[in-house]
Design a protein around this ligand. Structure first.
Ligand code: GDP
Ligand code: CA
Length: 321
């Protein structure tokens, strides 16, 4: 079975670890969000690709959900001593090695997809990890300025430094118009037996991937069932501040609100068992919906979620034939 998943960072990575366990023989392709990418101290950092790679490769800091296990911060301390900005984003020493390799390879002319493959050679994530695009795309957030105007900041600055507490007026994907899918992305969607949308941030993780030219159309046209899992339980994200970006784009912060964002793509949608009340609304929008436990408290729980998603995909496929 060929499974293709679109992926952000922590939510996706934990889900994918469960998926690998639930479908050990499947051929899994992961299309990763690169719109969170940022240049820091001259280094190209790909937070979402690295979170997936480290989590599946066994190198993740389990508590944090991102960054390397057993990390130290000597370089960050030295940079701070120089007053080298930004001070709000700390790179760990081990993590920096990844960014050094990536930056060096990009400078030598390799596309990000080739660089990602090379990095995965070490981590052996057990999936094929593709960046959504080899072209640079950056999520920027438009916020009010002191003098009554607005200004755009990199998503990471808004998310990490401002903790998404400054209300965002708009979210802009800088570079998206010129971005084309990385090699293999469209084929992975077209050739899949199942397409999955893990419980990732719908606006700034899944959104940018779907916004790359041709990707949303490819998912809509996929012969495979498309099944997603809600990152929202009740009226709040399970972790993080996804509610802030949903409000910015005027989408209700609920499992049904997020399903509505993808209604044209989805065949199936999973909501948490406590959100049974939303099932009818989702089904009215033409999407098959089931309520199952959606808390990834450990790998077993994530595997059960993945199994439920594959089950729903099979039910959708069965209903079609
Ligand atoms: P990021 O790029 O690191 O923010 O990661 P993602 O975009 O992949 O995932 C973030 C989303 O994952 C957030 O909206 C969370 O609500 C969601 N999430 C995290 N843990 C869980 C969980 O255990 N269950 C569910 N259903 N969603 C989760
Ligand atoms: Ca991210």
């Amino acid at each position: 079975m060929r499974i293709t998943a679109l992926a952000g960072g922590v939510g996706a990575a934990r889900f994918l670890r469960g998926l690998r366990r639930a479908a050990p023989d499947a051929d899994i392709t992961v299309i990763g969000n690169t719109a969170d990418d940022i240049t820091l101290h001259g280094l190209h950092v790909s937070p979402d690709l690295d979170t997936v790679m480290y989590t599946l490769g066994g190198g993740i800091d389990e508590q944090q959900g991102w960054g390397r296990a057993d990390e130290t911060h000597s370089v960050a301390e030295e940079l701070a001593a120089y007053g080298a900005h930004p001070l709000w984003f700390t790179l760990g020493d081990r993590d920096i090695a990844t960014h050094l390799v990536r930056t060096q390879m990009l400078a030598a002319g390799y596309p990000l997809s080739a660089v990602t493959e090379a990095l995965c050679d070490r981590w052996q994530p057990g999936v094929r990890l593709l960046p959504m695009s080899d072209d640079r795309v950056e999520t920027h957030v438009v916020i009010p300025d002191d003098d009554g105007q607005t200004r755009a900041v990199h998503f990471q600055e808004w998310w990490v430094r401002m903790r998404a507490a400054v209300p965002a007026e708009r979210i802009v994907l800088a570079g998206i118009d010129a971005a084309t899918p990385a090699p293999g992305v469209l084929d992975a969607v077209a050739d899949a037996d199942v397409v999955l949308l893990p419980p990732s941030n719908p606006v700034v993780s899944i959104g940018p991937i779907l916004a790359v030219a041709g990707v949303r159309d490819a998912v809509a046209a996929a012969r495979a069932p498309v099944v997603g899992l809600s990152p929202i339980i009740g009226d709040a994200p399970v972790r993080g501040m996804a509610d802030a970006v949903l409000r910015t784009i005027g989408v209700e912060v609920s499992p049904a609100g997020v399903a509505g964002l993808f209604a044209d793509l989805l065949d199936g949608w999973l909501v948490d068992s406590t959100d049974e009340a939303y099932v009818a609304a989702v089904e009215e929008a033409g999407v098959r919906c089931r309520a199952v436990p959606l808390w990834m408290r450990d790998v077993e729980a994530a595997a059960a979620m993945a199994a439920a998603a594959l089950d729903l995909a099979a039910a959708v496929r069965g209903a079609r034939t």
